[in-house]
Design a protein around this ligand. Structure first.
Ligand code: XMP
Ligand code: MG
Length: 179
């Protein structure tokens, strides 16, 4: 295990098993809808690639990049759009794929922005949900794991852009972000 990780919260095996289940559920719900899976970069990279392979239906993919945290462990409250969508969402069924729903600030901005583009439907699929920190009324339609209020990294999630390559979701040692 990486030296900065206090403990593994969700192992590679647990991630794979849950994503297989989520994929079946999303595939059943969207089988005839040719959905657009819209990933929010960068944290979603690993979840996105595993999730779309677990959802073997006709679909398209796209990405947005937003940033709200800077170098800290809680939201700055400001969401910067770094890359907008690149396909036409009008009349389409859109499923946002996200790594973690925390305060909800990021997804409430993203959803408001996407609704202006006139999708036929807009749903949220998040790998992790931290409901104890919510500041907005955003709710996810599909949740991989509900987690306690701990700062987690790995499997795409970062602290100061590091740890994204860990194959599991782990709890970072507090001394790493308090020093
Ligand atoms: P909000 O607070 O806007 O957060 O719902 C969403 C974005 O913030 C990042 N985030 C985290 N990243 N460990 C991380 O590595 C965490 O515990 C964590 N909580 C929030 C993440 O990028 C997410 O998209
Ligand atoms: Mg993110």
């Amino acid at each position: 295990m990486h030296q900065d990780i206090e403990r593994v919260l969700i192992s590679e095996q647990e991630l794979a098993a849950r994503i297989a289940e989520l994929g079946k559920q999303v595939a059943a719900d969207y089988a005839d809808k040719d959905p657009i899976f819209l990933g929010i970069l960068k944290g979603v990279v690993m979840f996105f690639s595993d999730m779309i392979r677990a959802t073997p239906i006709q679909c398209q993919i796209d990405f947005m990049a937003v940033s709200s945290y800077g170098g800290g462990t809680s939201t700055s409250g400001k969401v910067r759009m770094l890359k907008d969508v690149s396909v036409d969402l009008r009349g389409r069924h859109v499923v946002i794929l996200e790594d973690i729903l925390d305060s909800g600030v990021t997804l409430s901005h993203v959803c408001a922005h996407l609704r202006e583009m006139g999708p036929a439907s807009l749903k949220i699929c998040t790998l992790l949900d931290k409901p104890s920190r919510r500041q907005t009324d955003v709710k996810a339609d599909y949740v991989g794991f509900t987690i306690p209020n701990e700062f987690v990294v790995g499997y795409g999630l970062d602290y100061d852009e590091h740890y994204r390559n860990l194959p599991y979701v782990g709890i970072l040692k507090p001394e790493v972000y308090t020093k």
